[in-house]
Structures are given as C-alpha cells and as structure tokens.
Design a binder for this molecule. Sequence first.
Ligand SMILES: Cc1cc2nc3c(=O)[nH]c(=O)nc-3n(C[C@H](O)[C@H](O)[C@H](O)COP(=O)(O)OP(=O)(O)OC[C@H]3O[C@@H](n4cnc5c(N)ncnc54)[C@H](O)[C@@H]3O)c2cc1C
Length: 460
Amino acid sequence: MNYNVAIIGAGPGGYVAAIRMAQLGLSVILIEENKLGGICLNKGCIPTKALYSATKLIERAEDAQAMGIEFTTPVIDLEKLSSWKEGVISTLVDGTAALLKANGVTVYQTRGRLEGTGRVALSTGKTVDAERIVLATGSSPIEIPGFTFADPHIWSSDDALALREIPRRLLLIGGGVIGLELATIYNRLGSKVTILEMMPEILPGIDLDRRTIATLKRALKAQGITVRVNTAAKSIEETSEGPVVQIGDGDAVAADRILLAVGRRPNSADIGLETVGIEPDRRGFVPVDKKLQTSAPGVYAIGDLVPGPMLAHKGSAEGLNLAASFVGQNYPLDYQTIPQAIFTDPEIASVGLSEARAREEGQDVIVGRFPYAALGKAQGMRETQGFFQVVADAKSKRLLGTQIVGAEASALIAEAALAVQNGLSLETIADSVHAHPTLPEGLKEAAEAALGRAIHAVNR
Ligand SMILES: Cc1cc2nc3c(=O)[nH]c(=O)nc-3n(C[C@H](O)[C@H](O)[C@H](O)COP(=O)(O)OP(=O)(O)OC[C@H]3O[C@@H](n4cnc5c(N)ncnc54)[C@H](O)[C@@H]3O)c2cc1C
C-alpha cells in the first residue's frame, strides 16, 4: 500500500494532521492501536473536563444556599456519572471517525512500527509504504521508585478517570496540572485530598506569577485540600488500616488510594526508531528541527512525543503546521504564545509571558490587574474570586502576556491569546466595546488599568 503520508497515532496531534493533510490533497493513512482521539479524548482532556463540569454542580448546589435557593444534599450515582462520561467520550470518538472518513483518510486500527525509511510494519503482518511518516504516538504516565501501578492501591490518571470508587482519603503524589485537576474533582466528590509536591511550589515548570499561585493555594485550602510542598513521597507501607506513605523525618501520610501524577513520558520505545537511526533524548523525547523533522529524512514527529508543553492543542497546531509545510504553505507555530488552561477551582489560564518572566528577560513592562469582584457579572454569579492580569511592553503597549485566575478563565483566555499571537496592543483591547455584563469585561478593564484609566477600579 502506497500513501503520501502515514501517521502513527490518532491523538489530537495525529488525527488533526491527518484531516488537514487529506484536505490539502494528500493520500493519508492513520494507524491507531487503541481508540481514535488518543489520550486526550479517551483518558485525558475530555473525561477530566466532563467530570470537572459535573462535579462543579455539587459545589454550585451548596453555594446556591447563599442566593436563597436550597437543594437537598446531592446524591452521587458513580455508575451513572461514569456512563455519562463514557457517553461524552464515545460521541466524540465516533465524531472523529466520521470526520476522518468524510475527509478520505484511511484508518487502520492496529499497532504500527517504523521499519526503515518510508515503511511502517503493522501488527497484522502487512506493511505500508509512504513518502513521509509522521510519528504521533503520545505519552504515558510515569512511575517512581517504590510506587508502581501494579500496586492495587496506586492509581494512574487512567484509574482515577475510570471512576470505580470515591476513596475516603486520597493522596496525590504530584502537584502539577493533572494532579491538581483530579484533586479538584475527587475533593468535590467527597474525598479528603492531600497533595504532595516535591518542588517548592505547586504547578512547577509553568510560567505563572506568584500572585496567581497564591490565589489558587488559598482556594484549595478553603476547599479543604491539603497541599504539602517540598515534600517527596519516599516509600509506601501496607498496614491493616491501608497504605501509608513515608515522606521522611518519621513523617507519613495514610490514605485509602494513592494517585501518582508525577508526569508523563513520551511513547518512543518500540516504535522502530532504531530502524531509521533516530535517537530519543535522555527523557525519551524524539528530537525534531523547526520543521518537525526528525534526524531521519522523511520522518516527522509531533505532539507529546516531542519536547514542549504536553498539551492537546500544541500537538494539533504542530499537525496543522506540518500539513501546511508538506504542500509548501505556511501555518504559524509560535511556542511562546500557546495558551494553557488549568481546570482547578478557580480555573487558571495563561498565555505569553508572566510579569516575573518578562522582567527576568529585562523587558520594560507595564502591568494591569482587575479583580473579578469588581465585575457585575461575577457578583451575580457568586464567582468573585480571582483577577485578570495583563503584561505589556511599556513603550509599544504590545500585549506580552495574560494570566486569568477565576471562573471561566479557560474560555476567557481566548481573547488574550488572539491578542498576544497577533501582537495587538493594550489599546486594541481597551478600546474594543465588550458586551455588558460579561466576564470578558475583566480583560478590557485590566488593559485599561495598565494604561492608568480603568473605569471600575481606582487607578493607582
Ligand atoms: C488526565 C489528563 C488530562 C489532560 N487534560 C488536558 C487538557 O485539558 N488540555 C490539554 O491541552 N491537554 C490535556 N492533557 C494532555 C493531552 O491529553 C495530550 O497533550 C495529548 O493527548 C497529546 O496528543 P498526542 O496526539 O501527542 O498523543 P496522544 O493523545 O497520547 O495519542 C497518541 C495515540 O497514539 C497511539 N499509539 C501509540 N503508539 C502506537 C503505535 N505504535 N501504533 C499505533 N498507535 C499507537 C496511542 O494509542 C494513542 O491513541 C491531559 C492529559 C491527561 C493524562
């Protein structure tokens, strides 16, 4: 079988690349050993966000009392919740299959492996020949010494999303994005959650200002989630009361389940890299150049398999960029302006530079902030925690970065991302008429504040 392009892996990197390449007239085969949509649709973005929104109702129901509306205590039917979440996933997986079909992509549901230049061996015994091969095999959760997923007390994010039980005490090892999102969900479901993070701060490695992290930490504390930073899980002991995790100096934390969320490693083993001479880096990532080409001519790699933020939309953007370059077109890809959303309570979303990073880089910046509490819409929603922050170049007033912590931050960041990605100025945002009363007014007011002319906050 001969194709222009063979893609291994149908996550948001691979399937998006496949659709766009087919739209551009290339013959494409997409090889996937599991379900279409990859980790994102099946065990990542979608199930977490479905459960995030379902469990938000529990919190809202409790909160409604203060607005004069009382519900009885919510009853959680775990089986029904789980099958609703599975329904969401299968709707999207079926939709992806339909889109691939409609665009003329050939899909093979089997394992694929590079077998020298221009060839993929399938586990069915067949081979596929293609002018170009795209590796989009994604990533898997990491274990740490002494803690393995073979231990029935230890969960990966996959186990947590399977929603088999609500542990009374849940210990999360890892205070990164995935850990915090699952902590939020299980806390709402009623678990007593403790998070251990070995670094001095939660969300390590993400360019967020201290004020943003501090706002989240205050909220986590108020929700009854215990966060212990500078704390590494050393070993696990089984006792008659359940597992106990040693954290050094004779200190230990008892739990009913332990959720290991310490990161993910790229799926670069056993995909035949050696057959074309590609050497993964020391963490297992496949190195690529600016054109996403590996060291082997005609072999490209995208998504979680290559260095960079492990985000679905980053993988998709790489797929779109690659598709365009295959036909001599351009699709912009700027890693500095990829937005990120974190589904904690409150949500955090950011794009571009933090204030601290901009100053570290020696940039002369102006900063504007605006609190949710000053927005009429936020007051009416009883969602007054958090703020909007914009960072701009002092001279040109070009927006360099935005951080939003508060309700719907994940959606609100889109306007800031558009501005940062297109080099727009504070004035462009401030002078654009925003509908009232809405949460996006917070971004406009933060831009006004940076310019010293906020209307609904005192300018200092
Ligand atoms: C719990 C959780 C929550 C997340 N939430 C978000 C979020 O809210 N937003 C966000 O942007 N990102 C989120 N992510 C990250 C996101 O899921 C990943 O960045 C994204 O899925 C990476 O896409 P990908 O295409 O590179 O790989 P994947 O989605 O991992 O897909 C790779 C596919 O390749 C297949 N495959 C692997 N090897 C082979 C082979 N040899 N042959 C055939 N098929 C193969 C796999 O079965 C898989 O389907 C989350 C991740 C997790 C775990």
